[in-house]
Design a protein around this ligand. Structure first.
Ligand SMILES: *Cc1c(COP(=O)(O)O)cnc(C)c1O
Length: 437
C-alpha cells in the first residue's frame, strides 16, 4: 500500500486452523464445538481456553497498533475487524472463539457476540437506519424488540410497517409496497416462531417478496430473523434466504439459565455494519460469559435433542388430558395447513417451548403454576430445567387487551419450556398439578 514503515503485524499469533473436514467427510457442528478456533499451543497447552481477563492487549511494534486501529475504525477493508487484539471493547480471544463457533451452526460468513440479546437487536437496527427510513417487521415480536422498533426508532425519524407472522405471499407483497411508499426500507425484521404463540413466518416467501419488490434496486433491505426459539439446531433461516439470524444466547445456546448474552450470525456485509457500531458503542459479550457459552455449546445438540424428546412426550400426555383445552406445540400443527407447510419447509424439530391452554381462565392457570413441584415458576426458556409462566399476567402484561386477544395471549395460557429432566418425572409433575386445579 504505502512506502512507509509498515511491517506485517507480529502481535497476532494466529491459531492453528482446526480441521473442518477429514478427507471428503465434513465434520458436524457438535464435533467442532470441542476445539474449533482455539489452539492450546498458544495458551501453555491448556486444553480449555483460559478466560482472558484483560482490558487491553500489548502490541509488539507501534506499526502493529496503527494497523490494528485502521482495521477497528474501518480505514482498512474488513468491516471493523482488526488483524490483532486491541482493546476489550472491540475484541478478545474468548469472544472471537465463540463467534467462530457460532458461525459453524448456520454455515455463516460472520458472527458477532453481545452482552444481551437486546443489545444485539438494538445495534443491528441502529446500524442500518437513518431518518426517514422504514422498518418492516413481523408480529408478534419479543416485547422489548417491539419497543425498539415502535418507541426508540421513531425518536430518530424511523417508521415501521408490520404484518402478522403467518402472512401469505400476496399479503407480503402488499406490505412491501406499503412500506416502500413510506420511505427507504432499512430492514425486514422477523421473529419465528413468535412468542408466546409459536406462529411461524414463511421466510422463503419473505425472501421472494423482497426480490420482487426491490428488483433493480442497488441495495436490498437485509432480512433479519430472531432465531432464539428454534436455533441453531432446529431452524437455520439463512438457508431460507435470511441475511442474519439474531440470538438471545441467554436461552438455548447458554442453556443453563446462568448468563445473559446475544449474537448476530449471518452475511458479512450486514454484520460488519453492526461491528463498526459495536466498536464505537460497546456492548460486546464479556470474556467470562463468552467462556461459559463455549462450555455450553459443547452440549448444545445433546441438550436440545433431549429437551425436544422430552417435550414430545410431555405434549403427547397433555394433549389428551380432560383439563386441557389445547396444546400449542409445533408438532401438532394441522396437517395440510399453511403453518404446517412452513414448519415442514423451515424446521427440523418442534423445539421444547410451547403453549398450554387450560380449560378455564387466570384462576386455573395460577392454580396449575402454584402446584408445580419440579417445573419452576419463572419466565425465560431454553435452560436445563423446566420453566412455566403465565404470559398474559407476566411477560405480556403491558400488551393492550385487544392486541393480546388478537395474538391468542389469553389468561388461561401457560407457557412451558421443557428441560432435560426425566420425562416421566415431568409428566408426573404436570399430572399432579392438573389434578389440583
Ligand atoms: C429473551 C429473548 C430476547 C432478548 O434477549 P436478552 O438476552 O434477554 O436480551 C429476544 N428475543 C427472544 C425471542 C427472546 O426469547
Amino acid at each position: 500500500m504505502s512506502e512507509e514503515y509498515d511491517p506485517m503485524p507480529s502481535s497476532r499469533r494466529l491459531p492453528k486452523q482446526t480441521p473442518t473436514t477429514i478427507g471428503n467427510h465434513k465434520l458436524s457442528p457438535a464435533t467442532l464445538m470441542m476445539g474449533y478456533g482455539y489452539d492450546p499451543a498458544l495458551s501453555e497447552g491448556s486444553l480449555k481456553a483460559p478466560i482472558f481477563l484483560t482490558s487491553t492487549f500489548v502490541f509488539e511494534k507501534a506499526a502493529d497498533g496503527k494497523r490494528f486501529f485502521e482495521g477497528i475504525t474501518g480505514k482498512r477493508p474488513g468491516g471493523g475487524t482488526a488483524e490483532g487484539l486491541v482493546y476489550s471493547r472491540f475484541n478478545g480471544p474468548n469472544q472471537e472463539i465463540l463467534e467462530d463457533r457460532l458461525r459453524i451452526w448456520e454455515d455463516a460468513e460472520s458472527a458477532l457476540t453481545f452482552s444481551s440479546g437486546m443489545t444485539a437487536i438494538a445495534i443491528l437496527l441502529l446500524s442500518h437506519v437513518r431518518p426517514g427510513d422504514v422498518v418492516i417487521h413481523s408480529g408478534p415480536l419479543y416485547a422489548a424488540s417491539e419497543s425498539v422498533i415502535d418507541k426508540i426508532l421513531p425518536q430518530f425519524g424511523v417508521g415501521f410497517v408490520d404484518f402478522p407472522a403467518g402472512a401469505t405471499r400476496e399479503e407480503l407483497d402488499a406490505v412491501m409496497a406499503q412500506a416502500k411508499a413510506k420511505g427507504r426500507v432499512a430492514m425486514i425484521y422477523l421473529e419465528s416462531p413468535g412468542n408466546p404463540t409459536n406462529v411461524l413466518v414463511d421466510v422463503e416467501a419473505v425472501h421472494a417478496a423482497r426480490a420482487a419488490a426491490f428488483a433493480g434496486d442497488a441495495e436490498l433491505p437485509p432480512i433479519a430473523i430472531d432465531n432464539t426459539f428454534l436455533g441453531p439446531l432446529w431452524a437455520k433461516p439463512l438457508a431460507q434466504g435470511a441475511d442474519v439470524s439474531v440470538y438471545s444466547l441467554t436461552k438455548y445456546a447458554g442453556g443453563h439459565s446462568d448468563l445473559v448474552a446475544g449474537a448476530l450470525v449471518g452475511n458479512r456485509s450486514v454484520i460488519d455494519k453492526a461491528r463498526l457500531m459495536r466498536n464505537t458503542l460497546g456492548g460486546i459479550c464479556d470474556p467470562n460469559t463468552a467462556w461459559m457459552l463455549l462450555r455450553s455449546l459443547e452440549t448444545l445438540e445433546l441438550r436440545m435433542d433431549k429437551a425436544g424428546e422430552n417435550a414430545a412426550k410431555v405434549c403427547a400426555f397433555l394433549r389428551d388430558h380432560p383439563k386441557v383445552e389445547k396444546v400449542g406445540y409445533l408438532a401438532f400443527l394441522e396437517e395440510g395447513s399453511r403453518q404446517e407447510d412452513i414448519y415442514r419447509r423451515h424446521c427440523t424439530g418442534a423445539g421444547s417451548t410451547f403453549s398450554l391452554y387450560l380449560k378455564g381462565g387466570e384462576k386455573e392457570a395460577f392454580a396449575f403454576l402454584d402446584a408445580l413441584q419440579i417445573a419452576h415458576l419463572a419466565v425465560s426458556l431454553g435452560g436445563t430445567e423446566t420453566l412455566a409462566s403465565a404470559p398474559a399476567a407476566m411477560t405480556h402484561l403491558s400488551v393492550p387487551e385487544e392486541r393480546k386477544a388478537q395474538l391468542g395471549i389469553t389468561p388461561n395460557l401457560v407457557r412451558i419450556s421443557i428441560g432435560v429432566e426425566d420425562p416421566d418425572d415431568l409428566i408426573a409433575d404436570f399430572a399432579h398439578a392438573l389434578d389440583s386445579i
